[in-house]
Design a binder for this molecule. Structure first.
Ligand code: HEM
Ligand code: HEM
Length: 213
């Protein structure tokens, strides 16, 4: 056997796609939204529930700014696409030769936008419920927004697993390590690790201050 043949079997090289702030945003948002969902109905956890809700709010505020000034694949301009592009992607899936994207694919991006929108709506309606004279419809709208959000989360997770199979890449691992197999010129150049660490510390500090005592 020609020893050079083994070169063809080496793993494709990976590049950095998701910077630290995107990954810290994702996993702290996922943790806070899921925990908020499971603490909402229990009065004993009222303070924890609201603190988690404000953490999600702060993360969303950060993500909107990062979507405008962040690294390449974090930007809205990179992943918000027209309905025609979403449809073209769906057609390519059906043809068995799906178009490949280094960042979010067009259908995944629709889920991402829904997740962000419904998180914001859950926070807004939660804030409405806090008013002393909160009307019945405000409580109901909070409940509906929160359940719609969790339904989209389920679709999102199924979509991530399905898409990982369709494209032969582990998207979950990529959201943890920040890396994907792609040509070197596709990678981002700055990881913004200090900003990611600052976000983690800010969340931990805020939760500590709100929940102590
Ligand atoms: C700052 C943001 C938030 C505030 C101030 C807030 C506030 C509240 C309040 C006061 C309640 C009790 C309502 C009642 O007495 O019927 C509640 C319930 C609930 N909240 Fe939130 N919330 C926030 C964010 C969230 C988020 C992000 C979720 C995410 C999924 C969520 C899910 C729920 C659920 C499932 C309930 C129970 C609804 C029911 O069955 O009555 N909340 N929230
Ligand atoms: C717990 C199971 C979850 C897993 C395994 C998961 C996995 C992922 C993965 C792999 C991506 C990148 C998708 C891509 O490559 O295009 C992603 C993006 C995203 N996920 Fe999740 N996710 C989970 C839960 C959640 C929850 C609970 C939320 C809450 C709202 C959420 C919100 C988002 C958002 C907003 C993005 C876009 C990230 C960005 O561009 O900054 N995810 N998720």
């Amino acid at each position: 056997m020609n020893p050079l043949d083994t070169d063809n079997t080496t793993e494709p090289s990976t590049v950095k796609v998701w910077d630290w702030p995107v990954r810290v945003f994702h996993w702290t948002l996922a943790a806070s939204v899921l925990s908020a969902f499971f603490t909402g109905e229990n009065e004993d956890f009222e303070r924890l529930h609201q603190t988690l809700g404000w953490v999600a709010a702060g993360l969303m505020g950060f993500r909107v700014v990062w979507g405008l000034v962040g690294t390449r694949y974090a930007r809205f301009a990179e992943f918000v696409r027209s309905p025609a592009q979403v449809w073209a992607y769906i057609k390519s899936l059906r043809s068995g030769q799906p178009q490949h994207f280094v960042g979010h694919n067009p259908v995944g991006a629709v889920a991402v936008i829904l997740l962000m929108g419904l998180t914001a709506l859950s926070v807004y309606t939660g804030w409405l419920v806090l008013a002393e004279d909160a009307a019945e419809w405000m409580e109901e709208s909070h409940e509906i927004a929160a359940h719609a959000l969790i339904a989209v989360v389920l679709v999102h997770v199924i979509g991530v697993l399905w898409s990982s199979r369709a494209h032969g890449e582990n998207l979950l691992k990529a959201m943890l390590t920040g890396r994907k197999a792609a040509p070197s010129e596709a990678g981002i150049h700055h990881n913004w690790g200090v900003l990611g660490l600052a976000m983690l510390l800010a969340v931990a500090w805020y939760m500590f201050v709100e929940l102590r005592g």
